[in-house]
Design a protein around this ligand. Structure first.
Ligand code: SF4
Length: 148
């Protein structure tokens, strides 16, 4: 079993209330064995919601208390992002997932690159909070880019 970011399948769960439908990932979904998750909703956030970025760190830094997730108005949403990651891991364990296809560059789902916390579209090396927690627990994380 593999987890997949729900927004990649056309679910309107991102911060704008829209999806990031990816046809190649959807084709994978149609083959079966993909379980959709949206960590930010699992963390108790609404749709739509303010956008957010990891500030001065990576998803792993957030998990270890060295960085925060903030919205552009300076509201701290770290707790919701960490809770979403924990709930996603719980689901991964429950369904026996050993891999996840997650949305690139998201502060939750991003793998390898995320935005730098300045809300200026600049990318930095690092994983989103959920991607970091899944990787830490031995789950292979890829983004939709691996399926293009
Ligand atoms: S990128 Fe992840 S957290 Fe963001 S909307 Fe998609 S599934 Fe939800």
């Amino acid at each position: 079993m593999r987890l997949v970011s729900a927004c990649l399948l056309g679910i309107n769960c991102n911060w704008k209330g829209k999806s990031s439908l990816d046809k190649k990932v959807f084709e994978e979904f149609e083959k079966g064995g993909l379980f959709p998750v949206c960590p930010e909703i699992l963390g108790g956030q609404s749709v739509p919601r303010a956008n957010a970025e990891i500030v001065e760190g990576t998803g792993m830094d957030v998990l270890e208390g060295r960085a925060k997730v903030m919205d552009p108005r300076g509201n701290d949403v770290t707790e919701q992002f960490v809770r979403g990651a924990q709930e996603t891991l719980r689901i991964a364990k429950a369904v026996g997932a050993d891999e996840a296809i997650l949305k690139a560059r998201s502060p939750s789902c991003g793998c390898g690159k995320t935005y730098d916390g300045t809300f200026s579209h600049k990318l930095v090396d690092g994983d989103g909070v959920t991607a970091a927690l899944l990787k830490k627990n031995g789950i292979v994380v890829k983004t939709e880019d691996a399926y293009q």
